[in-house]
Design a protein around this ligand. Structure first.
Ligand SMILES: CC(C)(COP(=O)(O)OP(=O)(O)OC[C@H]1O[C@@H](n2cnc3c(N)ncnc32)[C@H](O)[C@@H]1OP(=O)(O)O)[C@@H](O)C(=O)NCCC(=O)NCCS
Length: 184
């Protein structure tokens, strides 16, 4: 396995095609991935993709989107978050269940830590809670709001938010969080 960490701004057309092919296979019901490689949050130049390759095949990926979240209850204090999305492995052949996705998640967590994020955050279905607990993620009951590209603020409709402390001593805050990114 070879892990590649690449800034969104450096993804060329060939790589974009490989990523999209993986995503439409892994997320067949997510219409957004038929249009582009992101869900709703449009990646910024410094956002990062972690890709796991097996020879020439893209086996798995994880995306990291940087966010400054605002915690209104604490005098609008800011929290640096590493938001993880697009986590998937190729269900074909023997690539699923072979550790590629976990390797991407772990590397994305390292990148988040190195980049100064206090916590990692992701949203998932209930059936994946145990999977993310393996990395140390814990379920949080925080009400989240996203910022759309037109600046409007919308409530998250996600079933399950999970967070993991990256900075030493970081504690997940109480209260509602407004993310400066759209849904990822
Ligand atoms: C979720 C997903 C990324 C996991 O990928 P994977 O290739 O199975 O993951 P890995 O190979 O890294 O890890 C496999 C391990 O996780 C465990 N695991 C996999 N899915 C699990 C689940 N839903 N709950 C608990 N454990 C799970 C396996 O049992 C295996 O355990 P082992 O290492 O002890 O044998 C993959 O199923 C996928 O791409 N799903 C479709 C896209 C998706 O829903 N992504 C999540 C978005 S939040």
């Amino acid at each position: 396995m070879h892990l590649q960490v690449i800034a969104q701004a450096d993804v060329d057309d060939a790589l974009d095609a490989a990523i999209r092919a993986l995503q439409v296979t892994a997320f067949p019901r997510t219409a957004e991935f038929r249009e582009h490689r992101f869900f709703r949050h449009q990646p910024r130049a410094g956002d990062v993709l972690v890709l796991a390759w097996e020879a020439e095949r893209l086996a798995a990926e994880a995306a990291l989107y940087w966010s400054r979240a605002t915690l209104e209850e604490a005098g609008a204090s800011r929290l640096a978050l590493a938001c993880l999305g697009n986590i998937c492995s190729d269900p074909r052949g023997d690539l699923r269940g072979a550790g590629y996705a976990s390797a991407c998640v772990r590397r994305a967590l390292d990148e988040g830590r190195r980049g100064g994020a206090a916590h990692a955050l992701l949203f998932c279905q209930r059936t994946l809670v145990r999977y993310y607990e393996r990395f140390g993620f814990c379920t949080v009951d925080t009400p989240f709001r996203f910022t759309r590209s037109d600046g409007s603020i919308v409530a998250s409709g996600h079933e399950h938010g999970m967070a993991l402390a990256l900075a030493e001593g970081a504690r997940w805050p109480r209260g509602s969080l407004e993310l400066d990114v759209d849904d990822f």
